[in-house]
Design a protein around this ligand. Structure first.
Ligand SMILES: [Zn+2]
Length: 154
């Protein structure tokens, strides 16, 4: 069974500070991730959706699960003054929650388009938080994504 994953992330930054897509891109570049960024979408606090990688391109967001997965990231995820995962907090704004759903919907449509018409393709779609992937021990995206989006893939 082929598994297609949609993986929500947070930027792991203090939610009271702005963390622009330019900063994100620069930080990814420093870590060896090429432009535009490792995610397919980045969602700013005001809900604005910034397009990263093309949906047809593999992301660089959840090693070793980048293949057949799409990464979306919201700005924030750490409480005021926070600098590490110990300061994890679900800091999503209503606009970001709506933005996440919008991105998830776009990715679902994309997956269905690539899967449709293929004979004998047995697949399922999982929406799973970065830290919920096997062997990844971190708080990202600072909420239970599996639970929150279970109604979509059920
Ligand atoms: Zn992450």
């Amino acid at each position: 069974m082929k598994i297609y994953r949609i993986v929500p992330h947070c930027s792991a930054t203090d939610f009271t500070k702005d963390y622009s897509e330019q900063q994100l891109e620069r930080d990814h570049n420093i870590r060896g991730i090429r432009s535009p960024m490792g995610y397919h979408f980045y969602i700013r606090k005001d809900g604005r959706i910034v397009k990263g990688r093309e949906l047809s391109e593999m992301g660089a967001h959840a090693l070793p699960f980048n293949r057949d997965s799409w990464g979306i990231c919201y700005e924030g995820g750490l409480k005021e003054g926070g600098t590490t995962w110990r300061d994890a907090q679900d800091t999503r704004t209503d606009e970001q929650r709506a933005g996440e759903l919008n991105c998830i919907y776009q990715i679902l449509q994309y997956i269905e388009n690539i899967a449709v018409g293929k004979i004998n393709i047995d697949y399922k779609i999982e929406i799973i938080g970065h830290g919920q992937l096997p062997g990844i021990a971190r708080a990202c995206p600072c909420y239970d994504a599996k639970k929150e989006f279970s109604w979509i893939t059920a």
